[in-house]
Structures are given as C-alpha cells and as structure tokens.
Design a protein around this ligand. Sequence first.
Ligand SMILES: *[C@@H]1O[C@H](CO)[C@@H](O)[C@H](O)[C@H]1NC(C)=O
Ligand SMILES: *[C@@H]1O[C@H](CO)[C@@H](O)[C@H](O)[C@H]1NC(C)=O
Ligand SMILES: *[C@@H]1O[C@H](CO)[C@@H](O)[C@H](O)[C@H]1NC(C)=O
Ligand SMILES: *[C@@H]1O[C@H](CO)[C@@H](O)[C@H](O)[C@H]1NC(C)=O
Ligand SMILES: *[C@@H]1O[C@H](CO)[C@@H](O)[C@H](O)[C@H]1NC(C)=O
Ligand SMILES: *[C@@H]1O[C@H](CO)[C@@H](O)[C@H](O)[C@H]1NC(C)=O
Ligand SMILES: *[C@@H]1O[C@H](CO)[C@@H](O)[C@H](O)[C@H]1NC(C)=O
Ligand SMILES: *[C@@H]1O[C@H](CO)[C@@H](O)[C@H](O)[C@H]1NC(C)=O
Ligand SMILES: *[C@@H]1O[C@H](CO)[C@@H](O)[C@H](O)[C@H]1NC(C)=O
Length: 894
Amino acid sequence: MQIWTLLSVLLLGLLSKSQLLIAQHLQNDKLTLLAIGKELRLSEWDGNATDFCTWPFISCSSKKPFVEKLDLSNHGLQGNNISLISDLKSLKWLDLSRNNFHGTIPPVLGNLVELEYLDLSFNNFVGLIPPYLGSLTNLRALNLSNNMLVGVIPDDLNTLLKLQDLQMYTNRLNGSIPLWLGNLTNLRVFTAYENELSGVIPPMLGSVAPLKLLNLHSNLLGGSIPEAIFAMGKLETLVLTQNRLSGSVPASVAKCRGLSSIRIGNNMLIGGIPREIGNVSGLTYFEADNNNLSGEIVPDFSRCFNLTLLNLASNGFTGTIPAEFGLLGNLQELIVSGNNLFGEIPTSILGGKNLNKLDLSSNRFNGTIPKGICGASRLQFLLLGQNSIGGEIPREIGECGKLLELQLGSNYLTGSIPAEIGHIKNLQIALNLSSNHLHGQLPVELGRLDKLVSLDVSSNQLSGSIPAALKGMMSLIEVNFSDNQFSGPIPAFTPFQKSLNSSFVGNKGLCGDPLSVSCVGLDDSDQDPYHHKVSYRVILAVIGSGLVVFASVTAVVLLFIMRERVEKAAKDGGATEEEINSSSSKPVIAAGDVFVENLRQAIDFEAVARATTKDSNKLSIGTFSTIYRAEMPSGMVLSVRKLKSMDKTMIHYRNKMIREVEKLSKLHHDNLIRPIGFVVFDDALLLLQQHFPKGTLAQFLHDSENGNDHKPSWPTRLSVAIGVAEGLAFLHSVAIIHLDISSGNVFLDSNLTPLVGEVEISKLLDPSRGTASISAVAGSFGYIPPEYAYTMQVTAPGNVYSYGVILLELLTTRLPVDEGFGEGVDLVKWVHAAPARGETPEQILDAELSTVSFGWRREMLATLRVALLCTDSTPAKRPKMKKVVEMLQEITQN
Ligand SMILES: *[C@@H]1O[C@H](CO)[C@@H](O)[C@H](O)[C@H]1NC(C)=O
Ligand SMILES: *[C@@H]1O[C@H](CO)[C@@H](O)[C@H](O)[C@H]1NC(C)=O
Ligand SMILES: *[C@@H]1O[C@H](CO)[C@@H](O)[C@H](O)[C@H]1NC(C)=O
Ligand SMILES: *[C@@H]1O[C@H](CO)[C@@H](O)[C@H](O)[C@H]1NC(C)=O
Ligand SMILES: *[C@@H]1O[C@H](CO)[C@@H](O)[C@H](O)[C@H]1NC(C)=O
Ligand SMILES: *[C@@H]1O[C@H](CO)[C@@H](O)[C@H](O)[C@H]1NC(C)=O
Ligand SMILES: *[C@@H]1O[C@H](CO)[C@@H](O)[C@H](O)[C@H]1NC(C)=O
Ligand SMILES: *[C@@H]1O[C@H](CO)[C@@H](O)[C@H](O)[C@H]1NC(C)=O
Ligand SMILES: *[C@@H]1O[C@H](CO)[C@@H](O)[C@H](O)[C@H]1NC(C)=O
C-alpha cells in the first residue's frame, strides 16, 4: 500500500491527465478488490503483492491493468453484499455462480455497463429480477438459474439485444415469456424450465435467431408450439415437457436436420406426427407421451437412423407399427403403450440388435408372439400386457436371456407355460402371465428363476400342484396363483406363507397356509415363519427421487430382499452357534491356509473357527459378512470375517473363491486390507485379516461410547478421507470395483491410518462372473448411488458416490440415513437441499469443528464441494477417484 501510494505521488507530476485517470482507476480497482475480499472473506487477496492482476480469480485486460474478469464461482461464498463489485467499472465477465449468496440481486450491478457475461446461477437470490439489468446492453450471456427469484421477466431487459444465452431455469418466475425475446437476433440458448410461467411461447421466438436450445419444461405454458423456433433450422434440443400446450406438431420441424432431442410429453397436443419428421435426420430422442396425438405412427421415423428412443405412450394412435421400423438399427426403446394400435407384433424391429425395451402394452395388438421374439436383440423389457394377443407362448421365449421383465398378462394366450421360461435366468422384476387361457401344470423349471421378485399366473386354467421346486425362486416377494385349478398343499416356502390368502384363492383343491384350509395329515412344521418389519422409510430414503417408477419399485423390492436375507443369515448364524456351543464338539475344518509365511506358526485354524461361534467375539455385522475377534493360543489377535452364504453359488464356487482370495492377498496398498489367510469351516468361508483395535470409521465417528470421548479433529478426518480415497483410486487402477463402500468397511489402525476392507467381496460376488445374483450387490443403505435403481450395477462412478457419502459423514458427523432428515431424505439429499432451505454451511457442517478456526472452516468448505461433486446424481459428472485424491491433497496444501 505504502509503496503504491508513494509511487503514485512520485509519478503524479509526470503523468498526463488520461494517465492519471488510469492510475486512479487502477488504485480504485485495487481498493475495491480489497474491500470485496474483506466482505467475502477471501483470504487469497491479502493485498501485499502490488500487482492485483496476479491475484487468483482475476484477469486483467491485456492493454490496461483493469480488472476485466472476476470468477468467484463455486467458493462457498455467502457475504450478502455484492454491491461493491459494481465499482469494478471495466468488468466484462462476472461469475458468482454456485455460492451461497442471498438477498436480492443488487440493482447497482446495472452500473457495470461493460459486462458481457453475468452468471448468478445456483445461489439463494430472492426477490424480483432487477429492471436495472436492462442497462447491461453489452450482455451476451445472462444466467439467473437455480435461485428463488419471483415475479415476471421484466420488459426492461428488452434492451439486451446482444444476448446469446439466457438461462433462468428453476426459480419461481411467473407471468408470461416476454414477446421481445422474439426480436433478439443472436439468441442461441433460452432456458426457463421449472418456473411458473404461463401464457404462450412468444410466436416470433427464434424467428430471427440461431436458436439451438429451447428448454421450457415444467411450466404452465399454453398455446401451440410456434413454428418460428424451427425457422432458422439451427434447433438441436427442444424440451417442452409438462406444460399445457395444445395444437399440433408443426411440419416446419423438418427444417432442423440437426434437431436431436424432441421432448414434448405431458401436454395436450393433438393431431398426427407430421411425415416431415423423417427429414430430421439427426433425431435420436423423440418423446411425446401423454398427449392427445392421433393418426397412424408415421413410417417416416425410419429415416432417422440415429433414433434411439421413441416414446408415443398414452395417446390416441391407431393402425399398426410400420414395418420400416426394422431399419432403425439404433433403436433401444420403443414405447407405444396406451394407444389403439393393432396387428401383429412387428417382427421387423425384433431384429434390431440394440432393442432393449419393447412396450406395446394396453393396445389392441391381436397377432401371436413370434418365434423369434428375442432374435439377436438384447431385450430386457418385453411388455405385451393388456392386448388381444393369441396363440401359444413359443418355446423360443427361453432364448430371451437378457430379459428382466416379461409382461404377458390380460391377453388370449393358450396352451401351457413352456418350461423354457425357466431358462431366462436374469428375469427379476416380474413374470406376469395372468388373465390368459393357459392350462396344464406349472413347469418345475420356474424354480430356477432365483432372482425373480414377482410371479403372477392368476386367472388362467392352470392345474396340478404348485411344484415344491418353486422354492428355488429365492427372491420372490409377490406371488399370485389365484383363480386357477391348482390342487394339493401349498409348499412350505416363506414367500408363499407370507402372502395374503388372496394370492391363492379361487383354486378349489389348494390347502395349507396362508389359506385357512388345512391339509389333513400333512406335516408343515418345517415352515420358517420369520417376520421382520423393514422400515420402508429408510429404504425409500436411499432411492433417488424422480426415477422411473418401476425401477424404484424394483430397487425397493430388491433391497427389501437383500436386507431380509442379511437379517435371516444373521439369525441362522445365531442358531448354528447355539448348536455348536451346546454340543461343544471339535470344529471340523474343511480347508485352510495362511498366505503370510511368518504368521503360519502363530495361527491356529481351530481357534479361528471356535472364535466365530461365540457371540461375545462379534465385532461388527456388515452387508456381506460378520466380523469376529479371534485370539490365537500364541496370543496373537486376528479379525475373522465370516462370509454370509446368501448365495448358494458361493459354496459351489469355493475353490475359485479361494484362488481369488489368494490373488488379492498379493495386492499391496497401504489403505487396503489384505487377507492373510482363510479357513473353511461348517460350509462357511472365514477370511483372516489383521485386527484393528480402533475399529471402524463408523464406530470412530458415530459411537460415543466407544472410548471416543472427544470428536476426531478436522485434520484427522481429512487425512482419513485422503487415505480412503487413495485406497479406492488404487482399486480402480487395477480395475476392481468395490461392492460395499461404507464407513463400516473402513478400519483404522493405531495411527488412525484408514484401511478399506471387504475388497474380496467384489471378486467373490462379481455378478459378471455369474457367481452372484444382482440383488446381493447393492451395498449398504445410504451409500447406494441413485442410478443403481436403473442399472442394477455397481460401477466406478457408483463407488465415487458411496465415497462421497463417507466424506459427508466426516464433514457432518451425521449418519448416512437418519429419520431426522425427514421422510425419504438421506444425508446426500439433505446436504444437497441445504441451499434451497436457505441454510448456511454451519447448519450442515459439524459446527463443533467448523467454528474451531477459519482455516478448518475453509478446508471443510472445500471438502464439502468435493463431496457434492462425488454425490452428483449424474454418474458422468462425478470426478474419478484419482481426481478426488488430487483435489483433497490440494486442500491440505493450500
Ligand atoms: C500482509 O501484510 C500484513 C501487514 O502489512 C502482514 O501482517 C501479513 O503477514 C502479510 N501477509 C503476507 C502473506 O505476507
Ligand atoms: C453494501 O455495500 C454498499 C457499498 O459499500 C453500501 O452502500 C450498502 O449499504 C451495503 N448494503 C448492505 C445491505 O450492507
Ligand atoms: C450459466 O449460463 C451460461 C450461459 O449459457 C453458461 O455458460 C454457464 O455454464 C451457466 N452457469 C452454470 C453454473 O451452469
Ligand atoms: C406472480 O407472483 C407474485 C408473488 O410471487 C404475485 O404477487 C403475482 O400476482 C404473480 N403474477 C402473476 C401474473 O401470476
Ligand atoms: C420487435 O421489433 C419490431 C421491428 O423492429 C418492432 O416493431 C416490435 O415492436 C418489436 N417487438 C417487441 C415486443 O419489442
Ligand atoms: C425433406 O427431405 C426431402 C429429401 O431430402 C426433400 O426433398 C424435402 O423437400 C424435405 N422436406 C422438407 C419439408 O424440408
Ligand atoms: C448419428 O450419430 C452419429 C454419432 O453421434 C453422428 O456422427 C451422425 O452425424 C448422426 N447422424 C445424423 C444424420 O445426424
Ligand atoms: C382428444 O382428441 C379427440 C379428438 O381428436 C377429442 O375428442 C378428445 O376430447 C380429446 N381429448 C382431450 C383430453 O383433449
Ligand atoms: C386384428 O385387428 C384388426 C383390426 O381390428 C383386424 O383387421 C385383423 O383382422 C385382426 N387380426 C387378427 C389376426 O385377428
């Protein structure tokens, strides 16, 4: 400061008037920046270095050293007075997005007449859009999205003639979209979705502008889709879903060959799809469900070679599906349910290799199911229910190896159920054959469908007994055998006895539980009546919102099974323990090995086995295993993980598993637990590992009784976070995906170095190797990434999500699932919604830590940003584990 003042005084005499002005301006910018730095608590700008153009977040003009660009996005800033910024008179670029600014948008921003780019999105700004922004006539981009702005879009902005990008989505704006938007000649992007806008879309919008992206979904817009938006032929994305639009789809859409995504569902559109749609050669995504569209489905779609999804559900379409659709080699989903379509199931499209979902349900299709129904395709969803399909179910249905859901209910199918259905091993969401004319016996092969959750064969003429082999359907939750001619005892199988008796009524000859008809002379004492209440609220909390309903339902169901099985396994384990204790016989060791040479002497397999039979040795219970403390006669203490044999195949593949464990024992990383040996005892696999007297990270964070009278400090937590991240980054580098990342699977050694455990599970339960059912690999509640409900696959980005949950636990000292967050809200949602609730970081972070020092607070805020990235609901937006390590290391270095 002093030097600068001295310098300016010295130079005063030598400078021309304009130079003097520049010098003053310069000093002003510096003073302003210092004041802003103070107001926003940006310690990066300590003001000691003379040249502020070298300070972070700032760029100066190339000619004169005035501040031209200020980028403070994503810094957790929350000072509510950004008025000071308006003194940076030369500013051209101002980005304050993704902070916690609140209050109204200061009108003085209108003074920044040089401004070309203004981004205030993702903050908590309230009130109206200030009319003064109309003074910013140089603006090319204005982004006000994701705030809590109300009122109308002011007409004063009609001076912003240079606007190219105007984004104002997710606010509470009302009134209509101003007509003058149609006069902007440079407009490329206009988004205002998720507001309360009414009125019509300006009829001239896009008429003179190279409009590329128009997204207005979820408003109250009426009127028709204006032709103008297609006029310049540049449109690439059009999203108008969930409004009150009427009128028809304009034929002028043909002008936009590069239009790839058209989403106009949930409106009141009428008329047919114009045949000109075929000229939109770039079309990949066409979604127009839930309208009042009519006419035939035009064959012209077949000219759009890239078409991936076509959804015309719940309209008034008639006629047949054009045979030309067979040309659509990229088609993945064809959804035409809820129309008046008829004719044969189109065999031409069945040849498409990419076809994943075919939904013809609730129409009047009246052919038969073709023999090559699955052909070469990868069909996962075949939904043909509520039609007039006749004939028999072809045996070739067994070739549909990828099917997850098969809906054939409410048709006119005859013949018997082909045994080949039992070959569809992947079938898991539902098998519905109800309300047809099927007869004969249930094939015993159905018992092979061990992943199937819902089986409905009700309202047919099926007869014979319900085969005991159906007990192989280990994942069943929902069954319906009602209204058939079944006879004999209902097999003793928990999912049957737990069903309502309405699942079995209407069969004259059936007896036993749950029907109140007793089977005289039949011993059903081996039933297994376990009743366990699962908190649906907790389960729902882990499911991301806005998912396809059936997907969530499936996931809920699958999680339900998983949880129940785990509980059951724990109980079964308990029973075994008692037996062993009472008989006090010598444990029979089937196999065992120690991989670490110098530990061989110290480990006694019988002592290991015996340790797992005593409840008092139990240390923790995880998703896939229970951990016991085992003291060896040598005095050495080990942790022993007893794998829960949820999956019969685990026993079957034991030798393979042992080889995997051996391989893993050679994998070296400081933050991963290595197996040191194994014991096979009483059909259970016991894995030996180092003992960690400090327990798990979950215990360390959440158990106050566990000898942790004081909370772990922030630096300790950050170093734990980095260690875990490094361990996972290493796993990913050798292409191993962890299947159950949670704080309960992170162990702490005496130096509080974290070690990730249960790595083996990913090898032992790898679903791609067919050694486990998908339902077994979801992980722990609260850590399951939302996309799991769609994909049923744990991926590297899924791991990043689970890791992000651990980061949030470290930052908040909160459990990942807690009823205190509210119904259906887990830790991730609770944190992500904090800005919307108007909460400050202190209300989220563990305030006992964040208020200790400014340094801790800054590090916590920076870590929170990483955690938010990791838990982004879009997998592709999450950083790689390696990047996470880098970001966290940067936090410790700054
Ligand atoms: C900046 O200057 C102040 C006082 O002039 C001094 O206390 C502080 O340590 C300096 N900071 C740095 C980073 O040099
Ligand atoms: C914000 O700062 C400006 C300029 O320093 C000052 O005039 C104004 O009163 C401040 N507003 C609030 C709400 O603190
Ligand atoms: C705001 O809008 C501009 C212009 O479209 C865009 O470049 C920027 O990425 C947006 N900001 C955020 C945070 O999405
Ligand atoms: C817009 O919302 C405000 C309240 O936020 C209300 O006062 C006003 O009447 C609404 N205007 C329209 C056109 O709906
Ligand atoms: C759009 O521009 C035309 C011609 O320049 C003008 O007549 C009209 O009033 C403008 N519309 C709006 C809403 O500003
Ligand atoms: C559609 O494309 C065909 C052939 O490319 C062309 O002849 C026709 O004029 C186009 N129609 C429209 C409305 O653009
Ligand atoms: C189809 O998609 C590919 C790959 O995205 C793209 O290169 C091609 O241009 C698209 N075809 C048309 C006609 O747009
Ligand atoms: C749908 O359109 C038909 C005629 O095209 C009309 O009779 C019917 O009322 C419309 N339904 C709705 C809900 O608009
Ligand atoms: C299917 O329905 C259509 C229209 O109702 C009819 O013309 C056709 O003959 C029917 N086909 C069969 C196989 O029943």
